[in-house]
Ligand binder design. Structure first.
Ligand code: KIV
Length: 279
């Protein structure tokens, strides 16, 4: 399994870090087999798996359930699990208790929290307890309402400086990695250069030390909305729909199941059931 030192070395050597979300056994297994460097059990599962409109309704129980399932499929891939809304903002003690549960019961190696300087105390407490913490700044979906929606962040000089300030505060608090979501590429580049720890971009341009995408976005399995930063590397949603329609058609026409997908008995066995007449 890669360690946080490996991710640090990758940044130092200019080797890109590939992160992908996964939420269950099959998605984590595919990520692991594809050689993904780090799996994120993101609270985006609220939208792409559970069908909510945002990540806010996601609970600790949801994250524990999905983290455990991803752990079973992830093999030796490092897993970071998102801490849900309001499970770390209240106090350092609350953050520590919930992060501990995600590691102990959810089987992840590290946790991710959204926010900057305002949660540095919580980050410090978790890191002191031995829990690797990944930060997340820029567009932070848990607080999208107070950001007036899913918008690019850090567009003004003042906002860009605040992002840099928050990133430095998280690094200083002991975070081992920071996700930069939906910020101008130049701002992400500046932050990536100023930080010693790796940055992982999602809508943060090419200069970040790594990239993350949501599993369902990457494969074209979530069509409700497709942000500009998403590249669909496949259109599995369309392919899956076509395959399911084919299945339905064959059941209705009687073409499925055919002999190749059925079991049969030999004549002797049949004779024993039927004898000379009705069984
Ligand atoms: O929840 C999530 O999947 C995330 C990524 C988009 C970074 O936070």
């Amino acid at each position: 399994m890669k360690t946080i030192s490996d991710y640090q070395r990758m940044k130092n050597d200019g080797e890109k870090i590939v992160m992908l979300t996964a939420y269950d056994y099959p998605s984590a297994r595919l990520a692991q087999e594809a050689g993904i460097d780090v799996i994120l059990v993101g609270d985006s599962l609220g939208m792409v798996v559970l069908g909510y409109d945002s990540t806010v309704p996601v609970t600790m129980a949801d994250m524990l359930h999905h983290s455990r399932a991803a752990r079973r499929g992830a093999g030796n891939t490092f897993i970071i699990t998102d801490m849900p809304f309001l499970t770390y903002q209240i106090s350092a003690a609350q953050a520590l208790e919930n992060a501990g549960r995600l590691v102990q019961e959810g089987g992840c190696e590290g946790v991710k929290v959204e926010g900057g300087e305002e949660i540095a105390t919580q980050v410090r407490a978790m890191v002191r307890a031995g829990i690797p913490v990944c930060g997340h700044i820029g567009l932070t979906p848990q607080s999208a309402t107070s950001l007036s929606g899913y918008k690019v962040q850090g567009r003004t000089a003042e906002a860009a400086k605040k992002l840099l300030h928050d990133a430095l505060a998280l690094e200083e608090a002991g975070a081992f990695m920071i996700v930069l979501e939906c910020i101008p590429a130049q701002v992400a580049e500046l932050i990536s250069k100023r930080l010693s720890i790796p940055t992982i971009g999602i809508g943060g341009g090419a200069a970040c030390d790594g990239q993350v995408l949501v599993f369902h976005d990457t494969l074209g399995l979530f069509e409700r909305f497709v942000p500009k930063f998403v590249k669909q590397f496949e259109t599995l949603g369309v392919k899956a729909k076509d395959a399911l329609a084919l299945y339905a058609g064959e059941v209705r026409s009687g073409a499925f199941p055919d002999a190749a997908h059925s079991f049969s008995m030999n004549e002797d066995q049949l004779q024993k059931i039927y004898g000379d007449g009705q069984p």
